[in-house]
Structures are given as structure tokens and as C-alpha cells.
Design a protein around this ligand. Sequence first.
Ligand code: ZN
Length: 376
Amino acid sequence: MDEPACRACRGRIGHLVLDLGEQPACDYFPRCDDPGPDPVYPLQMWLCSLCGLAQLVADPTVPEEPRGAEPAALVAQAAEAVDRVAAAGLLPDGHRVVEYGSPHGGSWLGLLAQRGLRPVHGGEPAEVVLDCFGLMHAADQSAALADRTARVAPGGVLLLQYHSLGTIIRCGQWNALRHGHYAYYSTAALATMLAATGFSPRMAWRFELYGGTVLLAARREADAAHGPDGADGPDGPMRSLLAEDIRVGVRDPAVLGGLQRDAEARAKGLRDWLVAERSSGRTVLGYGAASRAVALLRWAGVDRSLMPAVVDASPAKQGLRMPGTDIPVVGPAQLAARKPDAVLLFVTDLLQEVRAAYPEVEADGGRWVDADALRS
Ligand SMILES: [Zn+2]
């Protein structure tokens, strides 16, 4: 293929590191009575050799995601993050705030209003510009970042939260790659992107969400010398994140290529496991009609003979089917009705939440199984 132009630095030198073949749009859930076949598009990750940004190659799909239920894990993490950023002195009462949100929810504005921050609109600058998983949804990464940094008032701070590429590599999260998510950030690549707009990361926090989520606080280079800056010291989290990026090899195409082997192994493991469960007469339902389940089910060649339904709490997804498969999405009442022997959980972060919400699964002798680890 022709080398694409980098979404951040416009460079054309890089490597195709992950190719999941032709996949349906993971955010388009067809109705159950729509027989398909669903349109499919190439799903590939490319690593820019110049700036180090890992990115989606092409995205011919239009975002059309039924709004999912906001996971409690995301809500709890937002509260924790606000506490930690406030403790660092970055959220003073009375400051203006602009939020660039994610289509998947997780707004901080309610929490920030409780602390006396004032949301502004219509292009007005703000002392706190916040982006929680929003930036990855922009096809033009350099333009989107420039838009955010331009909103930062003099002396203000840009807060960027992202699922880190180091986590994706370390945990083999190959199915983080999806249409509509254009960028997969290492701290190092984001620092390079920020430098192009005259900003530099000053502080960082880590969270367990999605296996490893990072929140960076960045300021203008020109402001770095002023104020209660609170920049990390040489042993602070910023330095350790950058060191970890180097250790993991976030810029090494061969390291990222390991995701391809992870994908193949995971899909085969899932298929073998489901076939064995069926042979033993056990029923397995899925839980969580999430985007990351789509590529996994497709790659593993799972149909309703192996998994009769995927349960999802979002009423918007019920009556639909998993993209690219014949598996229907059903409501949580089916957990009690069908008494599955196992429920395969596609979103690991939800484990505590679903065990508490649906005690009938274990009460009826079923078990929750992590779809990644294939363990209870
Ligand atoms: Zn680049």
C-alpha cells in the first residue's frame, strides 16, 4: 500500500504494525431482522517513524454508535482523577473550564462545577482545558490538538487523558484498535505532538482504568517558568512514564507487531474454548456489546451456535445484533431466563459491577469468565 500521511506530523515514513483485515464498523449495530452481509472496511494500525504516533490507517465509516451505558468504573475513575488533579493545585475555585468530551461519556463537568469551576462555551478561552478520551476521535490529530491548546488561557493548563499505547502493548490489547479511534498515544508521542504547539507535559497521573490510563497536564513552554507549576521532578511520574515507553518499545514496529500474534492467539483460544463448552453441553452468553468485542468475535468466527446472545444493559442496543455476526444483543433479564453456565465478559473493568448487579448468574450455578484471559 502507499504510505499514509501521519495524522499528527504529516510524515509518510512508517510501518503497518497490525492488520485485522476487513471488519464491520464496530459502532454500527444492525437490527436483528437485517440479514446482512454488513459492509466491511480494512482495520489497520500504522506507526509513524517520525513522531511515533500509532494510528488508524483509513476510516471510511461514519460514527453511529448507540449510546452505551456509562460504566461505573469510568465514573469512579473520573472522581478519583478530579481529586488527584485538584490535590496538585490545578483546579482552583473560580477558574474557567472547557471540556472536549468523548462520545462514550465520562464528563467531568459536574464534578468540576462542585469545585467551583465555571464552564465556558463558544470559543472562549479557559484556564483549564480538559480532554478525556476525546482527542483520539479526531481524524486530523494535529488540527484537533492545536484547537485544544489554542483554548488554553495564558497560564492555563491542558489536561489530556488517554488509554496508553504502553498498556495496549503490555496487555496485548490488540482489539483496542477500532474504526473511529484514530490515535493510540504513547506519552513520548504525545509529548512530541504537544511540542509542535508550544506545549510540554509537566505532570502525569496513572489510573488502572482499561489496564492503564494516563492523565497528562501540559502547559505552554513560555509559562513553564512561572507560577505554582508543580512540575514533576526527575523521579516523578512523567519521567517514569517516558522511561517505561522506552522499556516497552512503543516506537519499535517489531514490538507493536506482537499485537498481530496476540490477536491470532486470542481468537483461536476463544474459538477453541467455545467449541469445547458447546461439546460439553454448556451454554455461554456474552456480556457487553462493546466495540472491542466486535473484532474478537469476527476473528474467532463466533456465531450464535457458539454464543446464542450477547447481554448488554443499554436499551439502545437491544433488538440489534453484533456487527458482522448473527448474534443478537439482549437485555439483562435474559441472564435469569436462560441460566447460562458461563457469561463471557468482554469488558474486564465491569467484573465487580456485573457480579453485584446480576447475582442470579452465580446463584444459578453460572460463572463470569474474562474474555481476554478465559478464566473465571
Ligand atoms: Zn507522525
